[in-house]
Design a protein around this ligand. Sequence first.
Ligand code: MGP
Length: 309
Amino acid sequence: MGRTFIHASRIRQTARKRKHHSKFKTLINLLENNAYKIESSKPLHNGKLYKYWKNRRHLFSKIDTSPIYMTDELWFSVTPERIACFLTNFVKACMPNAERILDVFCGGGGNTIQFAMQFPYVYGVDYSIDHIYCTAKNAQSYGVDDRIWLKRGSWKKLVSKNKLSKVKYDCVFGSPPWGGPEYLKNDVYDLEHNLMPMGITKLLKSFLKLSPNVIMFLPRNSDLSQLSRATRKILGPFAKCKVLYVKENGYMKGIFCMWGECFFNYEPVSEENNLMEVCSENEEHSREEEHESTKANRDNGIDIYKLDG
Ligand code: MGP
């Protein structure tokens, strides 16, 4: 992998070798101080993060038994383990021969680690060296660091400078920053203006440069018409995006948006994998109405499903 990616099992050695570079100096400090290690039994001081701390065992099931590392930002942005595990199983079922997965905003490694449970080469990118460090440490705790390669960098720059195009990825996944817990302040989340580091159209375009199979984890209140417009603008008037609404313990957590033939050819409707065709939670909302709204979205190139975990 040359100098492009750091192997997760060798971050200490790599940091020492390249210690003259400022980002590696920071990495050495983080490693030496065992920074961001969570004491699972100690509630966080930051009251805003308390609800995420209460939910900590859903984020990383090993949090009581193995060292887990998280920054403040990771508390609210890491994908809960069962959701990440579901996604990995889904991708594996759709692409049984896939080998290389890129996780564009790898954060604390919630998705990267689950991908590495099933795929031999998983690449994680993040703008923050602290997050890269957390992903590597958490991957070590899950015993999958030997399958993970990491890179720190701004997504905009990495894409514009073609820094990632040497590897042929079977699938590109990303759970981009949504702007923090305030993402719900408006009824509808504006995917062109609120998503970081760029709006949905540019982000999708940048992912598709690297693979025809793309998945994003986006807010549950995302504006589906923007999703539809972005899909058609980039992929043509008949292109489709598949949307899975994801629930955990009865609470809606977000949506998985998928582009690529392989995700459409796979139609899991059995209870076994917890994926069901969309149906309303509100019984007063008639099935017919719902059928109409689903149909309208299908006509816009959006296929909707509900995952109730
Ligand atoms: P949430 O909606 O903030 O919490 O995050 P919750 O527990 O559903 O709160 P409630 O107030 O709705 O009851 C739910 C999940 O969304 C998190 O676990 C993350 O997986 C994801 N998530 C939330 N935020 C704010 C972000 C974000 O900024 N970026 C990314 N990538 N994911 C996020």
